[in-house]
Design a protein around this ligand. Sequence first.
Ligand code: ADP
Ligand code: MG
Length: 564
Amino acid sequence: MPDSNFAERSEEQDVEYIFGIVGIPVTEIAIAAQQLGIKYIGMRNEQAACYAASAIGYLTSRPGVCLVVSGPGLIHALGGMANANMNCWPLLVIGGSSERNQETMGAFQEFPQVEACRLYTKFSARPSSIEAIPFVIEKAVRSSIYGRPGACYVDIPADFVNLQVNVNSIKYMERCMSPPISMAETSAVCTAASVIRNAKQPLLIIGKGAAYAHAEESIKKLVEQYKLPFLPTPMGKGVVPDNHPYCVGAARSRALQFADVIVLFGARLNWILHFGLPPRYQPDVKFIQVDICAEELGNNVKPAVTLLGNIHAVTKQLLEELDKTPWQYPPESKWWKTLREKMKSNEAASKELASKKSLPMNYYTVFYHVQEQLPRDCFVVSEGANTMDIGRTVLQNYLPRHRLDAGTFGTMGVGLGFAIAAAVVAKDRSPGQWIICVEGDSAFGFSGMEVETICRYNLPIILLVVNNNGIYQGFDTDTWKEMLKFQDATAVVPPMCLLPNSHYEQVMTAFGGKGYFVQTPEELQKSLRQSLADTTKPSLINIMIEPQATRKAQDFHWLTRSNM
Ligand code: ADP
Ligand code: MG
């Protein structure tokens, strides 16, 4: 049976999870997959399903599958494919498509799917026959994890699904091996070690590439053995714990601005790192780039040294080289002093904001209370503007690959899909782990119906909706009423406003989970305690904050956008 053929090929390639929405012509594939022991998670929108499948790739190093129907189903998944590709995460999308003998006739949900996916993937193909399916699936899985990881697409015409074939005519493919480990050129490693040794103000930047590469052990050793300051990128958080004494996250701008040597471990010099250019960096800063993708090396700056290879392997090479001559970056240096002072003053400023007793609460008050109760081993998923940016500075990660957020593409709507993926992985591999999903009220709206998915599978997720009645900022109820007194809402409601005082927690109670509407620190503490204590149900805590609340004053006037 070909429908089980797709499923078998996926299972053969170590695919553990399929996320999707069934319909013509893929329903049988989902059923066959489940019969083979692949877990199937039915979602409410293909976009969220695709975000979930992509997070599986990041968390497990093997691609998650997103299974979608033809035409619109596949189109909805494009957002997830683009996001996976931008994040360099492996993903396999399998899309049903219209019957081959009706092509160009205006068939049901007909669309040029293979072509459409090319822009969003590393590999996009339709098997030429049923016999070719194992070959194409293996190639798609391999392409998704070899080299720079990314999204792949395999197209399944409807007439394949119910065709009968002789199983003996199918040539099975062996499981594609994990990617070969590549190492950097020895001479480049020597040069890099000497540049690091001669640095006056060194900085290591740990990106999500380092997390994906499972380089935590070697990077931690590098940090500790040589006493080097490090800065994680948003999803690089946790590769070395955020509370490590050498983490300079709280002095981010200062560290970037004055470092004279920066080693990039799996982090691109894109908008998140201000392109590596002045005024956020010294004009003559020496970059050492470690990346698996040769095309990445030299983007936006001329690096002092490039180390092409797997981050874990290359870091071990660096350690070996540095070990040859006893050396350590002096802990009493002026650089450390500058960084420590800045961290202290930044932390004090956040703490002061957090201690404000006025109501409604501000972001800092909310996040400090959340941080107090956050289990050490939990996953933190986050999206939203201020919610994500401020949350990132307060909420700590202690484990690698335990933070998932809007990422390189700055995508809103990823949160619930990511949380669902993290939850199914956690349930299988480390039961008892919580997924804390911190959402802005606007971000929550993008995929809000996935709360039903969370309740259907009873996943260990606590959703925190940090509610300011809007996108960036909103209005309080009185202003809202005043505004609508004489005029039509479409004429006067500012585009960033959402309905004030929305009871998002009722979305959770509608499906049998627990919902809390909180307005004070005490209510927040209590609802969190109760949510964490009850492992039998997911919760949603709707946290009302000051609609005009913002982040603390920044040193640079241009620091107004995300990640700055
Ligand atoms: P961040 O957003 O954390 O700064 P980026 O997504 O910009 O991270 O960068 C991640 C980088 O990591 C990409 O350039 C990617 O090619 C690289 N990468 C991914 N996997 C590996 C690996 N196993 N070894 C080395 N580099 C990797
Ligand atoms: Mg908001």
